[in-house]
Design a protein around this ligand. Structure first.
Ligand SMILES: Cc1cc2nc3c(=O)[nH]c(=O)nc-3n(C[C@H](O)[C@H](O)[C@H](O)COP(=O)(O)O)c2cc1C
Length: 164
């Protein structure tokens, strides 16, 4: 199963948390995963993927303008139809808009015909309803590593179930 994580990151948090998700995915047997910033996506690789995860910082309780432009201008080139997709964000505040940003990216995925998934509460603790949110500055973002790693494992396991 091939997977990609595509993120926008200015100060490094969203890149870092994408790499933690990738570690979790890579721990699932038979998974190949690569991470890409939005300005250096290997579209040929992503076309061959069964699972694609998007990550954005939260700006003003939204995903960034750059991420919105990427999804709307380059989303079609990712061939998302029928793929399993997920999303995560990083933000400064617990109530700063993290899950709204996830919903926005998942909505773009639906528009392109993808299936969206997080695991929700079906796998118990940690419960991740829409996708993981990492909080920086007001908290130590590394305290979210385990949740992001487990999220990566769950996404890869579900993709393997669907596409084995
Ligand atoms: C212009 C700007 C707006 C931001 N707006 C929010 C916000 O509305 N809510 C929030 O929780 N954090 C906000 N943040 C904090 C970032 O989302 C947070 O630092 C994020 O982890 C940065 O990701 P990056 O290191 O990958 O660039 C904002 C940061 C900037 C620079």
């Amino acid at each position: 199963m091939k997977a990609a994580i595509i993120y926008h990151s200015v100060t490094g948090n969203t890149q870092r948390m994408g790499e933690v998700i990738a570690q979790g995915m890579a721990s699932v047997d038979g998974t190949e995963v690569r991470t890409f910033p939005i300005n250096a996506v290997d579209f040929d690789y992503v076309k061959d993927c069964q699972c694609v995860i998007f990550g954005s910082p939260i700006y003003a309780a939204h995903i960034t303008g750059d991420m919105t432009v990427f999804l709307q201008q380059s989303g079609k080139k990712l061939s998302l139809a029928g793929k399993l997709c997920g999303a995560y964000t990083t933000a400064q505040y617990i109530h700063g808009g993290g899950t709204q940003g996830i919903q926005d990216m998942l909505t773009h995925c639906l528009v392109y015909g993808a299936m969206v998934y997080s695991g929700g509460s079906a796998d118990g603790s940690p419960v991740i309803h829409l996708g993981p949110v990492g909080i920086d500055r007001s908290m130590d973002i590394s305290t979210f590593d385990e949740t992001f790693r487990i999220y990566g494992q769950r996404m890869a396991n579900q993709a393997r179930l669907l596409f084995h």
